[in-house]
Design a protein around this ligand. Structure first.
Ligand SMILES: [Cu+2]
Length: 175
């Protein structure tokens, strides 16, 4: 018994012009995006100043408590509002399920913002400017922050952290 191979295979059919156009378009676009990602990091003012250092959860907790005690000006629904001096060290603590304290900052002034979590990973997402940082337990994420526009900024958690995750909201006031 012998097997006769089919005389025509699918790979013998030439590629249709329309398919060629789509293949080329997809290829060129993938190159454009590959170049755009690192390029925008440099020219798109998307670099952040973050520096990381090790810190224990207890130490971060203590530093945040001290910071709140020294700069507290009020409270909003049980969450302390603090107004730190421009140029000073500022702390924001992520904790199941909230961010504290609420900051009151001045536009055009720089602050050294220390961001961390004292339990599990949280995502620090600032709206409406759409900036995202990680709040990781036992890591102090130091960001130099210079708010440019007055207004109220909302912080939401974008890292699923448990049952109350959707209600994990913080605030920053800029005046
Ligand atoms: Cu969360």
């Amino acid at each position: 018994m012998s097997v006769t191979p089919p005389d025509k295979h699918w790979w013998d059919t030439p590629i249709h012009t329309k398919e060629k156009i789509w293949l080329m378009t997809a290829f060129v676009w993938s190159i454009v995006l590959t170049v755009a990602m690192p390029a925008l990091h440099i020219v798109g003012e998307q670099n952040t100043s973050s520096q990381y250092s090790r810190i224990s959860n207890q130490d971060f907790d203590t530093l945040t408590d001290r910071f709140i005690e020294a700069n507290k000006i009020g409270e909003e629904k049980g969450v302390p509002i603090v107004e730190p001096k421009p140029g000073s060290d500022v702390y924001i603590r992520g904790k199941q399920f909230g961010w504290d304290p609420i900051l009151k900052l001045k536009a055009g002034q720089s602050y050294k913002l220390h961001l961390s979590s004292v339990d599990v990973n949280h995502g620090f997402s600032v709206f409406p400017i759409n900036m995202n940082f990680q709040a990781v337990p036992s890591w102090d994420n130091l960001l130099t922050v210079t708010p440019t526009k007055a207004g109220m900024y909302t912080i939401i958690c974008n890292e699923f952290c448990g049952i109350g995750h959707h209600a994990m909201i913080g605030k920053i006031y800029v005046e």
